[in-house]
Design a protein around this ligand. Structure first.
Ligand SMILES: *Cc1c(COP(=O)(O)O)cnc(C)c1O
Length: 455
């Protein structure tokens, strides 16, 4: 059989090279807005967004091998990562390279804690204490691999409202052949976030924009489509819709399903995902499609309930977001909705996902309750998930089985909200280190010329 890699999407910026090795399996990605626009993993990753504005999705979600599925409980996290990711990146990343990438990226794992009858999947053991480390660190290393052998460094532009910038900066820090430029709204991120973005230095440059997050995003978009800049520099982006950030997030679902089986947990296995842009939920859906024992998801939103309302009423109404205490989930128009819809119709989503919206008061009540009953401290995002499960139990929508709530951030990141409810929260060493860093950033007005002359 012959496979042809389409380079129709890969043209343009000149930073994408064709895959060098051909196996007999090629994973292709297509744009959610045009099924005929296809490319391989490398092109989809470096492009980020398809030229038609769509998101890249895999043409197929490959099942894990029966032998991997039956031995998950005994495999270590790196081996599970390798097995899970391998088919998605074939043939662009060789087996040996993938092994190096997962060992370099996942220097921490995702332990399963218990609180009463429920499990808590702790996703905050990475260097910025939030689950975005899994995606950002994998993406950084796969970009470096894809760009290997080029003489010009790959310049990654990122706009952030706070949290993502830290994970991306940290993920790319000291990664060879890549320079990162993070744009953030000056004075509108927390002191910790600013240090995580602008404290590292080295190959990470921080630009404080005198304006809003929207200004930052506009500047990045303008730069990425500026013909002059793109002939002189190898430019790319690293925003949250990048497929290279999504796929590694399937790994901890696969590992957790294995761990639950190993512990003899009772089926059905329900995973509750605190959701904003729905990237984490989409990765979970991929994991379940790969054949692991996940029976149901709960999509837990804060007051920004576009997705739960879609599941309930069948109409998708994106809107402007409102501010809550679980602010990484303040999303009114979830970007990965388009990706989920490319794979599953409304009925398909309803069969797998229960949607729940939790307000700030109930979020705080959950933080206090879990601390009082179990001595466990949730962050506001995890607490939205916890309360969503409680709500479903109370209404009878969820009965028997094992519920796993994803804890997406360490509570110390949100000490101002959590500590009045629980008493002092000890920060993990990575956050203490971050607070000691000096901010080194360049301030610019929100104008493209100012950014261009810096680049
Ligand atoms: C980004 C984020 C979320 C939301 O994840 P999505 O993939 O956007 O749904 C939840 N919790 C925390 C702490 C986050 O940083």
């Amino acid at each position: 059989m012959t496979f042809i890699i389409s380079h129709s999407i890969a043209g343009g910026r000149g930073v994408i090279k064709p895959c060098r090795v051909l196996y007999n399996v090629i994973m292709r990605y297509y744009s959610t807005r045009n099924r005929n626009e296809k490319c391989d993993f490398a092109a989809a990753a470096v492009r980020g967004l398809a030229p038609d504005g769509g998101l890249f999705v895999p043409e197929e979600i490959p099942p894990l091998s029966p032998s991997a599925l039956s031995s998950l409980g005994g495999m270590d996290f790196h081996d599970i990562a390798y097995e899970t990711i391998r088919p998605f990146v074939s043939p662009c990343i060789s087996g040996a390279a993938l092994s190096d990438i997962v060992h370099g990226a996942f220097t921490f794992d995702a332990p399963l804690a218990g609180a009463g009858e429920r499990f808590i999947l702790e996703l905050f053991h990475g260097p910025t204490a939030a689950f975005k480390d899994f995606g950002a660190r994998f993406m950084a290393r796969s970009f470096a691999y894809i760009h290997r052998g080029e003489d010009r460094p790959l310049k990654i532009l990122v706009a952030t409202s706070g949290d993502t910038g830290g994970a991306v900066a940290n993920g790319f820090y000291q990664v060879q052949g890549i320079d990162v430029i993070v744009l953030y709204p000056k004075g509108r991120v927390t002191p910790l976030q600013e240090r995580q973005i602008a404290g590292l230095g080295g190959n990470i440059a921080a630009i404080a924009v005198e304006g809003s997050f929207d200004d930052c995003q506009r500047l990045v978009k303008t730069a990425l489509s500026d013909a002059d800049l793109n002939t002189r520099l190898a430019l790319s982006s690293a925003n949250s819709i990048n497929i290279a950030r999504l796929i590694p997030q399937a790994v901890y679902y696969v590992a957790a399903a294995g761990a639950l089986q190993n512990r003899g947990a009772k089926r059905p296995f329900v995973f509750c995902v605190p959701s904003g842009n729905l990237g984490n939920l989409t990765a979970g859906m991929y994991a379940s499609k790969m054949g692991v024992t996940i029976d149901r998801f709960v999509a837990a939103s804060n007051s920004n309930k576009t997705f739960p309302e879609y599941l309930e009423h069948g109409t998708y109404t994106p809107r402007v977001s409102t501010a809550t205490i679980s602010n990484a989930m303040d999303v009114g128009a979830p970007s990965n909705f388009e990706r989920l819809s490319a794979h599953w119709d409304l009925d398909g989503l309803r069969r797998m996902i229960l949607g729940v919206s939790i307000d700030d008061d109930d979020t705080k009540a959950a933080i206090a309750e879990v601390h009082d009953r179990f001595g466990y401290i949730l962050d506001p995002h995890g607490a939205v998930g916890w309360q969503a499960v409680t709500r479903l139990h109370d209404s009878g929508a969820l009965q028997s089985g094992s519920c796993t709530v994803l804890a997406t951030a360490h509570p110390a990141k949100f000490a101002r909200i959590v500590e009045p409810l629980t008493g002092p929260v000890k920060p993990p060493p990575c956050l203490e280190e971050a607070m000691k860093m000096m901010v080194k950033s360049t301030t610019i007005p929100p104008e493209f010329d100012a950014l261009k002359s810096l680049l």
